[in-house]
Ligand binder design. Structure first.
Ligand code: ADP
Ligand code: MG
Length: 266
């Protein structure tokens, strides 16, 4: 599979609270390397505070790493500006745990999706209303929901809208940071199935970040296990989950509660 994203030896430190004149630094990323192939879902799993969100934010350009490279189709994204930066932003889209953050609370949600199309100049002006309806259908929402405010939707419906907005720019990679962690178990399964549909139907690649190994097991082709700012284990999802080699991965697997909800197999 052709490589889409490669992160090489990424380092990010923060000034540690209580540090002496800011000289003490806490390491959020201690030299992280990952790769995501076109159309592949890489599950990034680790306990809270292990650095997962920091990695996602660096890839999205929301946090600047201290050192290391982030290559998208071989080009370091940290050097991009102007049109090439805009193109990268179009091709790599985030989905976060809390869709309220990406949806304006005063706008009917259809307007938020429309705004994403306008922002990236996708489709002709007359074409965009149809595209909004198509995006709602794509994420399994009746277009009548477009007229509702975010507060008038359920958590799962809101996350579907946020995914529709992320899809508006026709991205190739989604960086999803705990996208189902705020949802009830049964709704989690529906949203995970939606991610798998998008991968199958659109060939969308994803970096799927979660603290929940059971979630990772169901959506990922490959898994990277993160502990204290480092990748401690990586491999195919089957290999990592069926035959973990690192003690930390074994502990994560042992901690998964059973029984799990009925995810669609595959
Ligand atoms: P995760 O997403 O795996 O829970 P994070 O990437 O959010 O982990 O955090 C990794 C470490 O970096 C934690 O120790 C966290 O406290 C620290 N950290 C994250 N963001 C900041 C920040 N803006 N300022 C200071 N420390 C931060
Ligand atoms: Mg996080």
């Amino acid at each position: 599979m052709a490589e889409l994203l490669r992160v090489e030896n990424l380092v990010k430190t923060y000034a540690a609270p209580g540090g002496f004149f800011g000289r003490r630094r806490a390491t959020a990323l201690g030299g992280v390397s990952i790769a995501v192939a076109r159309g592949e879902t890489l599950g990034l799993v680790g306990e809270s505070g292990s650095g997962k969100s920091t990695l996602g934010r660096c890839i999205l350009g929301l946090t600047r790493p201290d050192s290391g490279a982030i290559l998208f189709e071989g080009a370091d994204v940290q050097g991009l500006s102007g049109r090439r930066l805009a193109d990268f932003r179009r091709r790599v889209q985030p989905v976060f745990q809390d869709p309220f953050g990406s949806l304006d609370p005063r706008w009917p949600v259809g307007r938020s999706v429309r705004e994403a199309l306008d922002c990236f100049g996708i489709g002709s002006n007359s074409d965009r209303a149809r595209r909004v309806a198509d995006l709602f259908a794509r994420v399994g929402l009746d277009p009548v929901f477009a007229k509702r405010l975010p507060s008038q939707l359920s958590g799962g419906q809101r996350q579907r809208v946020a995914i529709a907005a992320a899809l508006a720019s026709e991205p190739e990679l989604i960086v999803a940071d705990e996208p189902v962690s705020a949802l009830d178990m049964s709704v989690q399964a529906q949203i995970l199935n939606l991610f798998m549909d998008l991968k199958r139907d659109l060939g969308l690649a994803a970096l799927f970040i979660t603290h929940d190994l059971a979630v990772v097991a169901h959506v990922s082709d490959a898994v990277a296990v993160m502990q204290q700012g480092r990748i401690v284990e990586t491999g195919s999802a089957d290999a990592v989950i069926d035959a973990p080699s690192h003690a930390y991965t074994k502990a994560l697997i042992a901690a998964v509660p059973r029984p799990r909800p009925a995810f669609r197999g595959g």
